[in-house]
Design a binder for this molecule. Structure first.
Ligand code: NAD
Length: 276
């Protein structure tokens, strides 16, 4: 309802989850700016959305490149108008920022094993940069358009790893916990301006980012997948489309105009379940 004709900037729009968000926003009548590091996926997506009767334009940019963001911002203002809604979807994890074991046990060093002691801070930094700074910088750039205007909001993308850290993914869990904190901080900071800031925390969706953790080389569930499904009362992974209600609700000021500073879990009950 409140999304029609809004200019909605989505970072990471070429990804599995955010491309679904982009299609849904375009279907709701929003004018979508698709931002992604690589161009090919968003160019294809823009063409597909146009064929479905929606409005979407591709803007390749790295969310960590301040000058690039500024340049893209100016082009979006010329092409579509000022940004009403920003979805900070660019993010993800990197294998080298994970331990290969859940528990540290003082045994002989095992070839290829990465415990806490073998983690390289360079990779942890890169995960923090992508998820945290990669949310901060687009927010600095695009929130300026929202000042003094109504119906504007920001949606960050968090994770189940943000509430309680998950084994192995040290950098990712810390970075997403920082996203929850940033979401609350920004919600308070911008409250008097009427800019709402929320986040969505997807549970487990099988996508490129987590494929190596969830599936073995033959495509079978790993031991971690079995644990996740056992910890998810609904007993399955989520489908990207199951996030759309939460996304559309949180960005639409007509139905969520008094909601700010929340992190909405969409997780098949994972967060609610103690495991017993
Ligand atoms: P994805 O890898 O499919 O999409 C991420 C997109 O971001 C890619 O298109 C990539 O090109 C782009 N990107 C990466 N680095 C970038 C950069 N520096 N600048 C611009 N674009 C960049 O991932 P996804 O699974 O769709 O995840 C989207 C968001 O949801 C991420 O923040 C992720 O952490 C979060 N998330 C995913 C899951 C899941 O189960 N997949 C669960 C919880 C949270």
């Amino acid at each position: 309802m409140g999304i029609k004709d809004k200019v909605v900037v989505i970072t990471g729009a070429g990804g599995v989850l955010c491309s679904e968000f982009a299609r849904a926003v375009a279907q709701a009548g929003g004018k979508v700016a698709l931002l992604n590091r690589s161009a090919d996926k968003i160019e294809r997506l823009a063409t597909e959305i146009a064929k479905e009767g929606g409005i979407a334009l591709p803007y390749p940019v790295n969310v960590l490149d301040v000058a690039g963001l500024k340049d893209v911002h100016e082009r979006i203002q010329r092409d579509l108008g000022p940004c009403d809604i920003l979805i900070n979807g660019a993010g993800g994890n990197m294998d080298r920022a994970n331990t290969t074991v859940e528990y540290f046990e003082q045994t002989e060093a095992v070839e290829g094993q990465r415990t806490f002691f073998e983690l390289d801070e360079e990779h942890i930094d890169a995960v923090f940069k992508l998820n945290f700074t990669g949310t901060l910088l687009p927010t600095k750039e695009f929130a300026r358009d929202m000042l003094g205007r109504s119906g504007c909001s920001i949606l960050n993308v968090s994770s189940m790893a943000s509430y309680h850290p998950m084994t192995k993914v040290l950098g990712y869990a810390g970075a997403k916990a920082a996203i929850n904190n940033l979401t609350e901080w920004l919600a308070v900071h911008f409250a008097k301006e009427g800019i709402r800031v929320n986040a969505i925390a997807p549970g487990f969706f099988s996508t490129a980012q987590n494929r190596n953790l969830l599936f073995d080389k033959d495509g079978n569930h790993t031991a971690r997948s079995h644990k996740i499904i056992a910890g998810t009362p609904m007993g399955r992974f989520g489908e990207p489309k199951e996030l759309l209600g939460g996304v559309l609700f949180l960005i639409d000021a007509e139905v969520s105009g008094f909601v700010t500073g929340i992190v909405l879990p969409v997780d098949g009950g994972f967060l609610a379940y103690s495991g017993v």
